[in-house]
Design a binder for this molecule. Structure first.
Ligand code: NAP
Ligand code: G4F
Length: 332
């Protein structure tokens, strides 16, 4: 009889953790997820997709090796997807040491636990295009040298290299997906895309009057999160572990995003957007553009499944529906 595969997802309460859980459940996986113990646990995304009761949730602190080891023992997984992180670049400037601990060093803690307890596990690390940061080059791929521009990018680069180091030193099946920005209606509200779509919906409904933003000239290569989560799974099904860039292959300014999001609702963003210096970063990444040819060829992945315009429409419509139904006070 075929064994049911099991997966452990750290950061299951986040955007990607939720979409990946849904994807793996549909594939027949038994899904375990770690969450951090806080006064009001953050399960709204899992509830939103109606999958919370299908997942075995394990409290686990990334800073505590013992709790990581316990999570591994309880779940005994075939695959681990390490998605937990302090993932907000801006916050990494105000909390650089916590970011280094959570986003960087915790990956080493987890790899050590895997090496010592269950070295046959397949391990996925959530690397990021932010590691390329200040690289001045057209299109970025697996061979482009890194140049992180934020404490977050530096922490992720440590995590990236230590994953590669454990693969080479201990022969672990450990690999990294270098994912470019990916968004959805489940994106956290502090990230610029969701901040924009949420504000546009509130303005349309008369629940807000303006939107305050920082650098409108920054360019990002934005894709749709569920399309990107599929790649994480595909990477762990390969014969041998390798790193992959996952990106749409086109980039746009924040200004273009905000213009199109407001236009979806028949609004002109110039009537509502105010530039606010407090949203500028000590150093920002001016432009990111990815080249995912390797993933297209070797993982048979399609970067154009959801276009930029479709992504914006999906997010704007979801936020409009939320605020129409629930009003401004609800947190999601
Ligand atoms: P997200 O929505 O911010 O989710 C992050 C997850 O990490 C949440 O479950 C969060 O828990 C958890 N977490 C944060 N601090 C923690 C701590 N101290 N201990 C334990 N758990 C903690 O991020 P995402 O967009 O899903 O991204 C998933 C991963 O991919 C992250 O590692 C991110 O850095 C990386 N990444 C994201 C993108 C992107 O564009 N989305 C691109 C490249 C790489 P709470 O729910 O309790 O906050
Ligand atoms: O939406 P953002 O905060 O995303 P950022 O910094 O690109 O990071 C995201 O993508 C990374 C992949 O490259 C992930 F690794 C990371 O975890 C995260 O998911 O900001 C995008 C751009 C920046 O240039 C920022 O300066 O938008 C600009 N921006 C302009 N006004 C703003 C705002 N960003 C935010 N969050 N809020 C603003 O008001």
């Amino acid at each position: 009889m075929r064994k049911i595969k099991s997966a452990l997802i750290t950061g299951i309460t986040g955007q990607d953790g939720t979409y990946l859980s849904k994807f793996l459940l549909e594939k027949g996986y038994k899904v375990f997820g770690t969450y951090r113990r806080i006064s009001s646990p953050n399960f709204w995304r899992l509830e939103h997709l109606g999958i919370k009761d299908k997942i075995k949730l394990i409290p686990c602190d990334l800073l505590d090796e013992g709790s990581l080891a316990t999570a591994l023992k309880i779940s005994d997984p075939d695959e681990i997807y390490n998605l937990a992180a302090q993932s907000f670049v801006d916050a990494s400037f105000s909390e650089p040491i916590a970011t280094a601990q959570i986003t960087g060093l915790s990956v080493l803690r987890l790899l050590e636990v895997i090496r010592l307890l269950k070295p046959k596990i397949r391990f996925y690390q959530a690397s990021t295009s932010e590691m390329f940061g200040g690289v001045k080059k057209g299109s970025l791929n697996e061979n482009t040298p890194f140049y992180p521009k934020s404490p977050y990018g530096v922490a992720k680069l440590f995590a990236h290299w230590i994953t590669l180091n454990y693969r080479e030193s201990y022969n672990l099946f450990a690999c990294s997906g270098i994912l470019f920005n990916h968004e959805s209606p489940l994106r956290g509200q502090e990230f610029v895309t969701r901040k924009i779509t949420s504000a546009a919906a509130k303005i349309k409904l008369g629940l807000a009057k303006e939107l305050r933003l920082g650098n409108l000239d920054a360019k990002r290569d934005w894709g749709y999160a569920p399309d990107y989560c599929e790649c994480m799974y595909l990477m762990l099904q390969k014969k041998s572990p390798e790193d992959f860039v996952i990106a749409s292959g086109e980039n746009h300014t924040v200004r273009e995003f905000v213009q199109k999001a407001f236009a979806c609702l028949g609004l002109d963003y110039r009537d509502y957007v105010k530039i606010d210096k407090s949203f500028f970063r000590p150093s920002d990444v001016p432009s990111l553009l990815g080249d995912s040819k390797k993933a297209q060829k070797e993982l048979n992945w399609n970067p154009r499944k959801t276009s930029f315009d479709q992504l914006i429409k999906i997010m704007v419509e979801a936020d409009l529906e939320r605020y129409q139904q629930k009003g401004p006070g609800i947190i999601f």
